[in-house]
Design a protein around this ligand. Structure first.
Ligand SMILES: [Zn+2]
Length: 81
């Protein structure tokens, strides 16, 4: 998926980023084993991920249409709308 990031102006391929935090995951594993397992499963499932900016991990990115991406590749300009 090709994206435009509104916060750092990154243009290119998006990245699947895991929601939640590694720290919470570790804390849950240490204190309470069962929630830790569930939390890890959630982070590794589809619902626990989002497509976002690989540079700044922004989730509210604009998805580029195939046509728009082609235009960007050819001209180096982004379609304005
Ligand atoms: Zn970004």
């Amino acid at each position: 998926m090709k994206i435009i990031c509104p916060s750092c102006q990154y243009v290119g391929e998006s990245k699947a980023i895991a929601k939640g935090s590694r720290k919470i995951e570790i804390a849950l594993w240490c204190c309470l084993l069962l929630p830790g397992i569930l939390y890890t499963m959630w982070r590794q499932s589809q619902e626990g991920r989002y497509e976002g900016c690989p540079e700044c991990l922004e989730s509210k990115v604009r998805v580029l249409k195939r046509k728009d991406w082609k235009l960007y590749e050819r001209s180096g300009r982004l379609p304005s709308n």
